[in-house]
Write a protein that binds this ligand. Structure first.
Ligand code: GTQ
Length: 371
């Protein structure tokens, strides 16, 4: 089923145009109708045909342009001051890959954005700056470099930077293109423009971070994680521990998912996120799966081979793996580990029964590199 087949096969549409048929298609078109066999092979491909292509965005190249936005637009006017990363095959929907959006948001010292909420879910991965905060449904979170935080769909949120001298740059990941593809988008500005945060900062971390389920947590009935922030240090510690205890995945190295502590499942119903560690010198085997992934090099350097192309990455670089593309990750450094943060639409794929995965069959699990 997944091997390449061609559309001359019996059972596939193979009608050649004639003047009579062309006239018939026009008659149908005039009634807002059409003949299935003219599009059947395109709308029912043998296997996924993403319009997204593998792309790598270099942080060193984007960073000066992200900084430039600070002087060009005021936060109040822009709403959010964000440089989007746009896949050349998905410009029409502002997606970085598949139906996932990503962008680099910059906030100057002392800046604060206004509060809003929308159906789209958001997540943040901090690239630089120590002053970032966000208020999610009245709960203030402070986040630093390499921390991960979520703003689930429908929650009020506003962001800012309390540093006196340095900007914050964090990466936003949203399911905006998915929500729009399903015509389910709503957006509201907070009636008072700002929330009144509770007194306790990082309260969800204080509540849930110790692998203990606190009294009262059974009452949580929302479809997302009550734990909203996942700091880097314990995440990295956990991966180092995991690397001692387990071999990990042949395709991803030492990989762990950020989870909802109440369910063990993904943090939000539409997007999941992982942190993975590649041991010194590790080369993973290639595999492919349905679902799109946006990766951020969080530590170290290495390269990934995606659909036969080699993409070199270093700290801060962002790259994407479109659905069903073969991919493998390499950390050629013999003395240092490398970490990749990533987010994905796997929860959607799994809940709809669309999840599929297969291992690369040849060459000892590695793709021939063509570019
Ligand atoms: O922070 O709410 O990059 O609504 C794009 C849309 C960030 C946000 C983005 C958004 C946000």
């Amino acid at each position: 089923m997944t091997t390449e087949q061609d559309d001359t096969a019996l059972g596939r549409a193979r009608v050649t145009d004639t003047p009579e048929l062309t006239a018939y298609y026009e008659e149908l078109g005039a009634l807002d109708a059409g003949a299935l066999w003219t599009v059947a092979n395109d709308i029912e491909p043998w296997y996924p045909q993403p319009r997204s292509v593998p792309v790598l965005w270099r942080y060193a190249e984007l960073r000066p342009l992200v900084h430039k936005a600070l002087g060009l637009v005021r936060a109040d006017d822009a709403g959010r001051r964000v440089v989007m990363l746009v896949n050349p095959g998905r410009r029409d929907v502002s997606a970085a890959a598949g139906l996932l959006y990503t962008g680099l948001q910059i906030m100057g010292p002392g800046e604060a954005m206004t509060a809003h909420r929308h159906q789209a879910a958001a997540l943040r991965f901090v690239h630089e700056g120590t002053g970032a905060w966000t208020i999610v449904d009245g709960q203030k979170l402070k986040v630093g470099p390499r921390d991960f935080a979520i703003t689930p769909g429908g929650t009020w949120h506003e962001h800012g930077n309390e540093s006196a001298d340095a900007p914050v740059i964090w990466q936003d990941g949203l399911d905006i293109p998915l929500v729009n593809a399903l015509d389910a988008g709503f957006y509201e500005v907070h009636p008072e423009l700002h929330q009144k945060p509770g007194k306790v900062v990082n309260s969800s971390l204080l509540t849930y971070a110790a692998h203990l389920l606190p009294y009262g947590s059974q009452k949580w009935s929302r479809p997302y994680s009550p734990l909203l922030a996942f700091p880097w240090e314990p995440t990295y510690e956990a991966l180092l521990g995991l690397a001692k205890a387990e071999e990990g995945s042949p395709y991803d190295g030492v990989i762990a998912e950020y989870t909802n502590p109440l369910t063990g499942g993904p943090v939000m119903p539409t997007m999941g996120a992982h942190m993975q560690l590649l041991r010194p010198g590790q080369a993973t085997r290639a595999h492919r799966h349905t679902g799109s992934v946006v990766y951020t090099a969080a530590k170290g350097r290495g390269f990934s081979v995606i659909a036969g192309r080699r993409f070199e990455w270093t700290d801060g670089d962002i790259f994407c793996v479109p659905s069903w593309a073969w991919h493998e990750h390499h950390n050629p450094d013999p003395s240092a580990d490398a970490c990749l943060f990533s987010f994905n639409d796997f929860p959607v794929m799994r809940s709809l029964g669309f999840h599929r995965e297969e291992a690369y069959p040849d060459h000892g699990g590695h793709q021939p590199v063509t570019a």
